[in-house]
Design a protein around this ligand. Sequence first.
Ligand code: COA
Length: 329
Amino acid sequence: MNATIKSIGIYHPEREITNSFFETYLETSDQWIRERTGIEKRYFSLENEYTSDLCVKAVEALQKNHKTDVQEVDFIIVATSTPDQILPSAASRVQAKLGIPHAGCIDISAACGGFVYGIILAKGLIAAQTHRKVLVIGAETLSKAIDLSDRNSCILFGDGAGAVIVEVSSENHIFNALTDTEGNLGKELFISHLSETVDGEPILADRKMHQNGRAVFKWAVSTLVKNIPILVAKNNWKLDDIDFLIPHSANIRILEAVCKKLELPMEKCVESIRNYGNTSAASIPIAWYNGLVSGKIKSHDQLLLIGFGGGLTCAGICLENNIVLEKVD
Ligand code: COA
């Protein structure tokens, strides 16, 4: 059974946080943040606004962009590292809030790789002919998990959500994928919940995000430089066949380093880091949507999506863009 993606919607919370917010209480500057990360602003959710709320808003936006019946969805996947609760899943909360009558629901925990993992799983459900219309949402409220006193990490992250529907199609537009994990590096980026140790080593169990920025940066660049050519080859493409690369937006310098090493022009790289910060599982659909709105990404363009992050894990997939924004009244 063939699969395609024809619809997309995104949402960011209303509370805009510019770099100057951090200048008010930390030893940092707008200039440092822009130069070292590319970030100009991000959005933080309100105190009583959670990941499932952002998911619902992204699906409502999808319904404004496309004529599609969300009630027909038969499986919901939410990729997130910041679910409202560990149990029940954010996907179950979304099912209830949208009143979708018959849907399987799971969350997947693959950090900034989560959205691509979601597409891979959705494609598998359709190929197995067990499901026909799968809602895949990448969503985060990372502002609730960051330590606002840690200048190494708090300036990086933002909140947001992006939703797509993976559905049965006469032609296949979702191609081969790649997944890759180095679990031994998990301690370089974590949010602790229940365990106070990783690999037997004590960790800070304060339920906040902790990272070794330099180690993650180095791993991200080498992993993308290794895996993008492998993924391209798995699809019988050449690097030149990529119309647009949509990597997880973690830091503009990571994306620039990868493009330089692979000799890909930066114009082919679609990002969401400047205006949203690092929104983890939401960063790829947000970048994809903005690429469509700006007219950069067009029908039938060949896209390579690749997420990477906490795990440390990486997932990539090639697909043909089949999304046309319609604006439904
Ligand atoms: N403002 C000002 N100075 C800061 C700062 C901030 N917000 N954060 C760190 N610094 C300082 C450091 O303390 C250090 O000072 P020192 O030299 O006196 O020790 C200096 O800037 C350089 O630190 P370094 O860690 O080498 O900076 P960097 O260029 O690697 O940038 C990150 C730091 C976190 C922005 C960068 O490593 C990064 O983006 N890493 C990847 C993180 C990531 O993407 N995580 C999620 C993965 S999905």
